[in-house]
Design a protein around this ligand. Structure first.
Ligand code: 6R9
Length: 655
């Protein structure tokens, strides 16, 4: 990126503003004072947040940063994570409060109160002990979105075993790699789950992976679909083993730095990185941020995060944060269009969900399906909406606020990563005047910055690399088994700073806008242009639901912008011709300036995405540059690239 004057261009001008609703502001959990308080004494601030938890032994020091980047938080403190998420709420007289309203895809339901959860987690903990799992062992969890998934995680936490949840869509080979890397002793799985209206098997994948993974001693199998499965010597049914266990188990205290879980990042290349999170700091920051960012009122709110627990969003904001706060959550097993495209809105109406957390990819899909679908449901219970996973395009933000939030609800765009463990940059719904598309400010206690190539802070109005300047409680502690890779990957680009891999700009007011992965930045006639800004300009056209742009080699400009767009359902049939492409190119030129005008626009039915819903631009770059398409194994749907190539006779792969 050194050929350019600026590190990253700042092209988008967004003038819409949404102040917090007066009522919400008046009773907000967190007020503007928190920023000053945390800035004046950051460690004192985090010490106070840790008091949200029950500690069996108080910590001696809030932070030990004597051997950076290896942090220790709440040094010397002891706690049990599962006790904090479950038992203490029962002991406080809230055993009858619902922890999860669970909704299966076929329409079956289960309600788990905190007392139910305490009993089920205790049984599962006793079962793991019977299987020989001990404090410090690793347990892999490969389950659909059923209650046994959080129960298994909490059972591990309870006995000090480190869980490694592997997303149920991963292949046998991907699962085996993860079992080997963590040397998992037990795998917890199910016969299958329901997906798109039919049973989808999981057990055969585990059979294949476990047969090849030397560390695996037992496979514990939940019966969910009732489909026939092969049974091996290492297998044991959940209903045979767990159901006969005692519903009581005394939680033992663990050190604040005890390894809680490993989660492999969905990296697009190379060996997966096992991100390691520990106990006290992780639970403190997930609990604090869930309370602050959603303004959780424990006894009134019904909260729903639509992520899969196989990703960090589900770990932190379906399991640990909400349960540590004693919240009532909805948990849903299936896809948003089963049996119809209004399923999510039906669930929100049914449980009167007040706080809702989802991803831009889902929002853009709903934009594509049409405004009339959410309009059929009563969504008036909603009071705060959250977004995570990708930059939210201003138009998607405004659509979300209007069509889902009825123009009442703040939208909080939350930036964070598997590595950060919890939200780092986000508006506070009772404090911040929202700007569509901006993640706004680091949360109280977090120190983020935007720097240039040399690691110098950029002035307001400038763009560059997003970094974190101070350690934070829920930070990753290392990459499992590879301290060197941890240092090299995250702490070596800029001296003394954590570099996240994302580009960002700081606007004239000092607010932060995320601009996508720096690897995706396009260099056009000497300007570094972010994919996010051009995609957002395209999505601001009334006929576009979703867009992805890439830089393709160009003899004149170095790189030229090639855009792939999905039209909205309401766009009509005239989106195929050259006229529509010309209209979009002009629209981008008017919105961002001529420099950002795409050379080429391709209308496509789908975009390539990772299994967690992030656009994979690398593959589109192959198409745009007429290369054969690279490794597609991390795609959610590997047929998408064929669909795209079929639409583009000029850009067919070479082989
Ligand atoms: C939580 C999660 C992390 C990457 C991150 C960034 C992108 C996440 C975002 C966002 C812009 C947001 N990302 N939230 N970009 N605005 N609000 O998604 O974790 O799967 O590890 O992905 O996702 O690029 O670096 P993870």
């Amino acid at each position: 990126m050194s050929e350019s004057q600026e590190t990253l261009s700042n092209l988008l001008r967004e003038k819409r503003r949404f102040p917090p609703p007066a009522e919400l502001a008046a009773s907000a959990n967190v007020t503007a004072a928190a920023y000053d308080e945390a800035a004046a004494d950051r460690l004192g601030f985090w010490a106070r947040q840790a008091e949200r938890l029950s500690w069996t032994k108080p910590w001696d020091d809030v932070l030990d940063w004597s051997d950076p980047p290896f942090a220790k938080w709440y040094v010397g403190g002891e706690l049990n994570v599962a006790y904090n998420c479950v038992d203490r709420h029962v002991e406080a007289g809230r055993g009858d409060k619902v922890a999860y309203h669970w909704e299966g895809e076929p329409g079956d339901t289960r309600t788990l109160t905190y007392a139910d959860l305490q009993r089920e987690v205790s049984k599962a903990a006793n079962a793991l002990l019977e299987l020989g799992v001990r404090n410090g062992d690793r347990v892999a969890v490969y389950l659909p979105m059923i209650p046994e998934l959080p129960i298994s995680m909490l059972a591990c936490a309870r006995i000090g075993a480190t869980h490694s949840v592997v997303f149920g869509g991963f292949s046998a080979d991907a699962l085996r790699t993860r079992l080997d890397d963590a040397r998992a002793k037990v795998v917890i799985t199910a016969d299958g789950g329901y997906r798109r209206g039919k049973p989808s098997a999981l057990k055969p994948t585990v059979d294949e992976a476990a047969a090849a993974a030397a560390s695996v001693e037992h496979v514990l199998v939940v019966r969910r679909t009732g489909e026939d499965v092969a049974v091996h010597d290492r297998d044991v049914w959940w209903h045979d083993l767990v159901d006969r266990q005692s519903g009581e188990h005394a939680p033992e205290p663990h050190d604040a730095e005890h390894p809680l879980y490993i989660l492999y990042t969905s990296g697009t290349t190379g060996k997966p990185k096992g991100i390691l999170h520990t106990s006290g700091g992780y639970l403190t920051q997930t609990a604090y941020t869930h309370d602050a960012v959603f303004d959780l009122k424990r006894d009134e709110d019904v909260y729903w995060c639509s992520a899969d627990i196989g990703w960090v969003t589900g770990h932190s904001y379906i399991v640990y944060g909400p349960l540590a706060n004693g919240a009532t959550s909805v948990m849903y097993e299936g896809t948003p269009d089963t049996p119809h495209q209004g399923r999510w809105w039906e669930i929100i109406a049914k449980y009167e969900v007040t706080l809702f957390y989802t991803a831009p990819t889902a929002i853009r899909t709903f934009m594509k399906w049409g405004d009339d679908i959410p309009a059929q449901y009563d969504l008036t219970s909603l009071r705060v909406l959250g977004s995570v996973g990708e930059p939210i395009n201003p138009e998607a933000y405004v659509w979300y606020r209007h069509h889902i939030g009825g123009d009442r609800t703040p939208v909080v765009d939350t930036w964070w990563q598997t590595e950060t463990g919890a939200v780092m940059i986000s508006p506070l719904p009772g404090v911040t005047e929202g700007k569509p598309g901006a993640a706004m400010r680091p949360l109280p206690g977090i120190v983020a910055d935007v720097v240039d190539d040399e690691g110098r802070s950029v002035p307001d109005g400038g763009g560059g690399f997003l970094v974190l300047r101070e350690p934070w409680p829920s930070m990753l502690r290392t990459i499992w088994g590879d301290d060197e890779r941890y240092v090299k990957t995250y702490w070596s680009r800029f001296d003394g700073m954590y570099f996240a891999g994302d580009g960002a700009k700081r606007d004239e007011d000092g607010d932060l806008w995320l601009l996508g992965r720096v690897d995706d930045v396009m260099l056009v006639s000497g300007h570094n242009i972010s994919t996010t800004e051009v995609e957002s300009a395209l999505v601001s056209h009334p006929k576009v639901a979703e867009a992805a742009v890439v830089g393709a080699t160009d003899p004149v400009t170095g790189q030229a912008i090639v855009a792939f767009v999905i039209p909205r359902g309401s766009a009509g049939a005239d989106v195929e011709g050259e006229e529509f492409a010309a209209e979009l190119r002009d629209h981008v030129a008017r919105t961002l300036g001529p420099i950002a005008k795409p050379r080429q626009i391709m209308v496509v039915p789908e975009l390539p995405k990772t299994r967690s819903g992030k656009i994979m631009r690398r593959l589109l770059r192959d198409v745009a540059e007429n290369r054969s398409v690279g490794d597609v194994t991390t795609l959610a749907d590997s047929t998408v690239m064929d669909l795209i190539s079929a639409k583009l006779p000029s850009a067919k792969s070479e082989d």
